[in-house]
Design a protein around this ligand. Structure first.
Ligand SMILES: Nc1ncnc2c1ncn2[C@@H]1O[C@H](COP(=O)(O)OP(=O)(O)OP(=O)(O)O)[C@@H](O)[C@H]1O
Ligand SMILES: [Mg+2]
Length: 387
């Protein structure tokens, strides 16, 4: 496939900046007539594909006749594209810039803006999304997500926590253990509705962030539904946290699983992901298995956050080197006191064992929002006689 860019606009300039010039320029002068003459006299060989992205009006007919597909990338004349050109199909304009560049040039870049918005010149800021996952169960994903919500809301952000535990609906079990509250779930929302239709205001549970529960037992919702919901939620809330199930390395490229269907597309578009690892030889080894698949999947390591959870009673904690796969934010020590808080359904307890790592992670996801990890840094223990 040969792919050429001719013209200049917000969208085309982003492509030009992110794709090496040799992959889209022509060996001619930067002049429309010369360029179209060149393309017309270099027809696309049968069995090959030649694509031009442009917003320059002019005579494209002779280029089209030479077998080039000329995609018109501009809103002007969007109803009637200049003769010889065709509009970009919906499947392309719905892509993120990252996916678009991967599709046409097989290059990995981070840019989650949507092609349609860029062509229309809409600067839509999508709220940051933080999916939280792990390789083994019971590492504190559900609890950590709630604590992220508490802290971000404390700084004044309008936060939504989305429960992605399709099978066990963990957040519902925590906030509505008897399953007797009239709550909304993501299954109550349909495309076209406001995303509030799938969410519950935090005041229902005495918390400061809103919660969208997973569908009730027996109601099936696929990952596409989740993705559509999240896209809408990211326009409405300032920060969206996604409590995911555990995932395994094999799931990452299976589009029917949460990993391949939900997580992989987000991470490839530049969203972050937090992986929680339970300390212990076997559990850390299992986590390494998952993490070591990330580079193969094209996950950029600067978008992968990792934290260790040290279970109560584990003395021989050894920190692994995760630097090839992601950024390590520290280890959190679980305590019996915290376990009691969780069992009692408490929220918002101060926990010096957990607060520092949480603050560092939030500051990574949302820099310049006022998170201050220094303020939470554990003070070094005073040595010596007087404690
Ligand atoms: N900071 C903590 N201190 C002590 N115990 C904790 C802490 N965090 C979690 N736990 C314990 O671990 C249990 C599981 O926590 P949580 O539900 O947050 O994990 P999870 O990773 O979401 O689990 P699952 O894989 O089942 O979704 C809690 O019920 C609690 O008993
Ligand atoms: Mg959970």
């Amino acid at each position: 496939m040969k792919t050429v860019i001719i013209g200049s606009s917000g969208f085309l300039d982003v492509l030009k900046a992110k794709v090496p010039a040799r992959m889209w320029t022509l060996p001619t002068a930067d002049d429309f007539t010369v360029q179209t003459m060149f393309l017309a006299s270099n027809p696309v060989p049968t069995g090959n594909k030649g694509i031009v992205f442009t917003n320059t009006p002019g005579d494209w007919m002779k280029v089209a006749k030479a077998g080039w597909i000329v995609y018109w990338c501009s809103v002007e004349h969007s109803q009637r594209t200049p003769i010889g050109t065709v509009g970009l199909p919906d499947s392309y304009v719905d892509m993120s810039v990252a996916t678009f560049i991967k599709t046409f040039w097989n290059i990995h870049v981070i840019d989650k803006r949507i092609v349609r918005d860029m062509i229309l010149g809409i600067e839509r800021t999508l709220a940051p999304l933080l999916p939280v996952t792990s390789n083994t169960g019971g590492v504190g994903k559900t609890t950590s997500c709630q604590r992220f919500g508490d802290r971000a809301a404390e700084l004044g952000l309008h936060v939504l926590l989305v429960d992605g535990n399709i099978r066990q609906s963990s957040q519902r079990s925590f906030f509505d253990p008897l399953y007797d509250k009239p709550v909304r779930t993501i299954a109550d929302w349909r495309p076209g509705m406001s995303p509030t239709r799938g969410a519950n205001p935090g005041r229902m549970f005495n918390i400061r962030y809103d919660v969208a529960f997973a569908p009730p037992a027996g109601v099936l919702v696929d990952w596409l539904h989740y993705r559509r919901y999240l896209e809408e939620a990211r326009k409405k809330w300032d920060f969206v946290i996604l409590d995911l199930d555990r995932i395994s390395a094999d799931d990452l490229d299976d589009p029917d699983s949460i990993a391949g269907g939900l997580l992989t597309p987000y991470v490839l578009a530049g969203d972050p992901c937090l992986v929680i690892v339970k300390a212990g030889r076997q559990t850390q080894g299992d986590a390494m298995n998952l993490l070591s698949k990330f580079p193969e999947c094209g996950f950029p390591k600067e978008r992968i956050g990792i934290k260790d959870t040290i279970p109560v009673g584990l003395e021989s904690y050894q920190q692994y080197d995760y630097s090839r796969y992601g950024l390590f934010f520290g280890a959190e020590r679980q305590t019996i006191e915290a376990a009691n808080h969780i069992a009692n359904g408490d929220v918002q307890w101060k926990d010096p064992q957990l607060d520092y790592v949480r603050e560092r992670i939030l500051d990574w996801v949302m820099p310049d929002m006022g998170f201050n990890s220094e303020a939470y840094k554990p003070k070094p223990k005073r040595k010596g006689w007087f404690k």
